[in-house]
Ligand binder design. Structure first.
Ligand code: FAD
Length: 421
């Protein structure tokens, strides 16, 4: 005999799989299944199931085992119990959510970029696109979220969420996820997203794919395909989260295109009064000091002048700086340039640096290694100067100049100065 699973009631939350001391339960295609060989009729799973989907068969000949009896047959391994709230959003995991990053009065642009990407995913699944805003005094963000394409906005406005802290933010998101059960949740791969999303994924016991560059829905399985560079950027790995929900992904700023902002769009607002208590959290924000790092501006720069090892020396940076000054550009570069000490790590573009998407990216003496390209190849216009006609940077460049940058750059600067006067 084994536990009976009512598949119509199972919401695929996985709580029973965690609770079962005998590892008799698993999730297959998002629904609980039992291995009758392993099930000991201990009834633990029936008590934890939030949807009352699990029950024990009636047996006259064998009294149901208490958990203490079960432990006599086989040692019970204590496992952490994940309690899920009753389902308020329906019986299935449904909908695409974007966590809107709101800090110190500003919404991070990547949140709107993800609403644009979320729209495509929601259309492919035929489901709703929602924005989730957590913070304090965040009412004004609602209309912006609608303008960028959200159909619904979940808002958790709470003084405990005034300053970003991992625990209360993770708690707030987890409470909403447990209650409304979105199928997919997306967040920017920013300092906040990289911090809070793993905490959410751990509490939800689901998978998280970080730093995705492509997101799409598999037309057959309807699963989210999350693609990201792997093995030092040499291959692109496509990852799926098949049996746990929600499917979670972070995406770096500027990787996805900014959607059109349509003023006056409207949608549904869901206000959540979350029971968050400051005394429950171990951290307190004493002071907020704004970042002055150059990378804080790099991902917003419209013109970037990037340097590689081809610049040759610190002395030659003067030529580059003159060009940047002439056109109002921000200086960035490759890891090679960082390691040579010509620019700081904040200015590194690429896999282990910043992702940028300026209107113009001028690459000077940069070979075009994949680890650099992943951070800049979606720039609107790429202009490359390199003395090697076969350099890989020319494969992504809109305009390529083959020549010695020490001759080409001063000529460009002089011409720009003339035209911009
Ligand atoms: P090089 O590859 O040495 O290229 C110099 C280029 O300058 C050459 O094409 C040469 O033809 C040209 N040149 C030389 N002299 C002149 C001249 N006078 N005029 C014009 N052209 C000239 N790199 C990054 O940039 N960002 C990252 O985030 C990053 N992350 C990495 C992560 C990992 C795990 C690994 C393994 C590597 C990473 N790298 C990263 C390093 C990357 O693989 C390359 O080594 C690096 O991008 C090369 O930098 P470069 O183009 O400046 O130098």
């Amino acid at each position: 005999m084994a536990v009976i699973i009512d598949k119509a009631k199972c919401i695929g939350c996985g709580a029973c799989t965690v609770e079962c001391p005998f590892e008799a339960l698993d999730l297959v295609d998002g629904l609980a299944v039992v291995d009758p060989e392993k099930c000991k009729d201990c009834t633990k799973c029936t008590k934890i199931c939030p949807g009352d989907a699990l029950s024990m068969p009636e047996r006259a000949d064998k009294p149901k085992a208490k958990s203490s009896e079960a432990s006599a047959e086989q040692p019970v391994q204590e496992k952490k119990v994940v309690k899920t709230a009753p389902v308020a959003g329906g019986d299935v995991w449904s909908g695409v959510w974007v966590i809107v990053e709101y800090l110190n009065g500003n919404v991070s642009g990547v949140s709107w970029e993800l609403l644009g990407e979320g729209r495509k995913l929601a259309d492919a699944l035929g489901c709703e696109l929602a924005a989730v805003v957590t913070g304090y005094q965040v009412e004004h963000v609602i209309s912006e979220a609608f303008a960028y394409g959200a159909e619904k906005v979940y808002i958790a406005d709470n003084s405990v969420l005034k300053d970003y802290r991992t625990e209360p933010y993770a708690d707030a998101i987890v409470k909403l996820v447990r209650k409304y059960q979105p199928e997919i949740i997306l967040c920017g791969a920013t300092s906040m997203g990289r911090d809070v999303f793993p905490a959410v994924a751990t509490q939800m016991q689901t998978g998280l794919t970080a730093d995705c560059t492509v997101l799409e829905i598999d037309p057959e399985t309807k699963l989210l395909k999350m693609t990201r560079p792997a093995f030092g950027g040499n291959i692109m790995a496509t990852i799926q989260c098949r049996t746990h929900r929600p499917q979670m992904s972070t995406v770096r700023p500027r990787v996805m295109a900014m959607p059109e902002r349509v003023e006056g769009r409207e949608g549904t607002i869901v206000r959540e009064e979350l029971a968050l208590n400051d005394a429950d959290y171990r951290t307190k924000v004493v002071e907020f000091i704004s970042a002055t790092a150059k990378s804080a501006f790099l991902d917003k720069a419209e013109i970037i002048v990037a340097v590689g090892l081809g610049v040759g020396s610190q002395k030659n940076m003067a030529v580059v700086e003159e060009l940047a000054d002439a056109i109002g550009g921000t200086i960035a570069g490759t890891r090679g340039a960082v390691e040579s000490g010509w620019i700081s790590h904040d200015q590194q573009v690429g896999q282990t640096g910043v992702t940028v998407r300026p209107k113009v990216y001028i690459a000077l003496g940069i070979s075009g290694a994949i680890q650099h390209l992943v951070g800049m190849q979606t720039s609107d216009y790429i202009i490359a100067v390199n003395n090697d006609p076969d350099a890989a940077i020319f494969n992504v460049a809109n305009y390529g100049i083959v020549g010695d940058l020490l001759q080409v750059v001063p000529a460009l600067t002089a011409e720009f100065k003339k035209r911009l006067q």
